[in-house]
Ligand binder design. Structure first.
Ligand code: ATP
Ligand code: MG
Length: 267
């Protein structure tokens, strides 16, 4: 599967309406599920090499509207990896302590250590999305923050962290159905949050904020991908492919022993 067409070009303008939300690729759901199963051991082997090598790290940033599928992505795409090598951090409304620092302070602390893979379920991008939509920061501050974000990601990248940023792109109608399901299904109701309805009313404002942020911060070192996410199986297949391509490109290696194994005798 060619993942390039989902990548956001560096610089320039971005129109989310140019990206489909309900793409299914060329194949069927059954084919995608088979590919996902086939890929799982490959991802696990690559992650083991990343961990064993202990030099590089991988950061996956997940952004989406409510019910966009961030939790489902974490559950399905990471399934089968060694939990010891993965951290998942969900960024919520900042605490008073977090707010008393700069917006990257709480985020930097969770960047992946060498050998690790880290997933951000929401991220520093909330600080140019929700804050902007709610008028907590103005245009000037938003642009200043884009600059801080680019510099921060360049810092991580210089320290051998590969960054992949994924925007899970769902339609307004798909979100409605998912929120309705959370309301109707007693096993999903714990996820229902009335506040999500208020955010939904600002659909277009979020569209503009996302378009702006993605275009301003997609770079070679830290590219954004717009993931068609109405179909969960397509989303999982595509993200799995991006993860595999990225890890293969990083090509982590098992380290050489710093001693001669032939000289060691275990009695
Ligand atoms: P779901 O998609 O399942 O609803 P969630 O990620 O929305 O999960 P919640 O606990 O419902 O999890 O919401 C977290 C909330 O925290 C979101 O509304 C998000 O916008 C908000 N948030 C995260 N980071 C920031 C930030 N830096 N500033 C303001 N709000 C933030
Ligand atoms: Mg929520």
């Amino acid at each position: 599967m060619n993942t390039k067409k989902y990548r956001v070009a560096e610089g320039g303008k971005l129109k989310l309406s140019a990206f489909k939300t309900d793409e299914t690729g060329r194949g069927s759901e059954a084919e995608a599920l088979a590919r996902i199963d086939e890929r799982r051991p490959k991802l696990a082997a690559l992650q083991e090499r990343l961990y064993a090598e202990g030099r590089q790290s991988l950061l996956m940033v997940l952004q989406a509207r409510d019910a966009g599928g961030k939790d489902g992505t974490v559950k399905h795409v990471l399934y089968g990896l060694n939990p010891q090598g993965v951290t998942v951090t969900s960024f919520k409304v900042p605490t008073p302590l977090e707010l008393s620092h700069d917006f990257l302070w709480r985020v930097h602390a969770h960047a992946p250590a060498a050998g690790m893979m880290a997933v951000f379920n929401r991220s520093h991008y909330e600080d140019v999305l929700v804050t902007r939509v709610h008028g907590l920061i103005d245009q000037k501050e938003t642009v200043r923050r884009y600059g801080h974000i680019r510099a921060f990601e360049a810092l991580l990248s210089d320290g051998r962290t590969r960054i992949v940023k994924l925007y899970l792109h769902v339609s307004e109608d798909e979100q409605k159905q998912r929120l309705q399901a959370r309301l109707d299904d007693p096993h999903k109701r714990w996820k229902f949050n009335v506040a999500d309805l208020k955010e939904r009313e600002r659909w277009d404002d979020y569209t503009h904020a996302y378009q702006d942020a993605l275009a301003a911060t997609s770079s070679k070192a830290a590219p954004w991908y717009v993931i068609p996410a109405d179909h969960k199986w397509f989303r999982n297949d595509l993200i799995g492919q991006i993860l595999q391509d990225t890890l293969e490109d990083m090509d982590p290696q098992f380290p050489e022993a710093d001693f001669d194994p032939a000289t060691v005798e275990i009695k």
